[in-house]
Design a protein around this ligand. Structure first.
Ligand code: CDP
Length: 243
């Protein structure tokens, strides 16, 4: 974000990859891809590839984290060393710690953690290939994995970003748009109530542009929600469940 460049990101109303301003990159989601997790999902979103695995509710370790009121929910966002063009140094860093924290807080709003006191629920998302928008891809996959695990949920979560490039508000920034654009606003919303459970902003937007960006993401979230539902229905049509 904010890197100076003469690169034109929009030409004749079209973006570098040919998309219109309010167009998403292609998304595919598959639920139930891991045998050893209680729930899982694999998601591709443009050039992003992420896999999510959910465990629990299970015994809470370390014990001092357990609560008599709710399950202790953890979320780990992790980038594989080979997920970006330069090798990513393995292990947590400030960025992944931040993403993990806010994603856990968002998921806690939909998973009925109060039904499982003294236990923990662990959500892991591995980014195998990154192409901007990985926190959104990760959280969107994690919600499907949580549903696949059979956890009781108030709603799903859909996460999507919108931002500004070449003075135009656009949906779902690609890598170059993220690097050379003017703003990026990832949000996560509950598709039924349209409640926003995560909101970040990198760069600057006017009030009007901000509203336009949010409206774009909320609209796109409905499309993504349909894909999440389809992934889950297909999973259970196949007789799914655990042997
Ligand atoms: O991925 P997201 O947009 O949620 O987060 P970001 O911090 O805005 O990063 C944007 C993109 O930069 C990522 O999706 C990666 O493609 C890239 N990136 C990278 O190449 N190396 C890193 N250590 C972190 C991010």
């Amino acid at each position: 974000m904010g890197m100076k460049s003469d690169l034109k990101l929009i030409k004749n109303g079209k973006r570098l990859d040919g998309r219109k301003p309010d167009e998403l990159r292609p998304i595919t989601i598959k639920a139930g891809v891991l045998d050893n997790a209680n729930g899982s999902a694999y998601l591709e979103w443009g050039g992003n590839k992420v896999i999510a695995g959910v465990y629990g509710p299970r015994e809470c370790l370390p014990r001092h984290r357990s609560s008599p009121y709710k399950a202790y929910l953890t979320y780990r966002y992790n980038m594989a060393p080979f997920s970006v063009d330069d090798r990513k140094r393995p292990g947590p860093d400030r960025r992944s710690t931040e993403i993990s924290k806010i994603s856990a807080e968002a998921l806690e709003r939909v998973i009925e953690v109060e039904k499982f006191p003294n236990t923990m629920i662990n959500v892991f998302v591995e980014v195998l290939q990154a192409d901007a928008g990985t926190r959104c891809a990760a959280l969107t996959a994690a919600a499907v994995a949580a549903a696949d695990a059979g956890l009781p949920m108030r709603d799903l979560i859909v996460s999507c970003a919108a931002g500004k490039i070449d003075d135009t508000v656009v949906l779902d920034l690609g890598k170059k748009e993220d690097n050379f654009g003017q703003a990026d606003v990832p949000i996560a919303i509950l598709p039924h109530s349209e409640e926003i459970v995560l909101l970040q902003m990198d760069g600057d937007l006017t009030k009007e542009e901000f509203k336009e960006a949010i409206d774009m993401s909320v609209k796109a979230a409905k499309q993504i929600y349909e894909l999440q539902k389809k992934a889950l229905t297909e999973r259970f049509k196949k007789g799914g469940g655990k042997e």
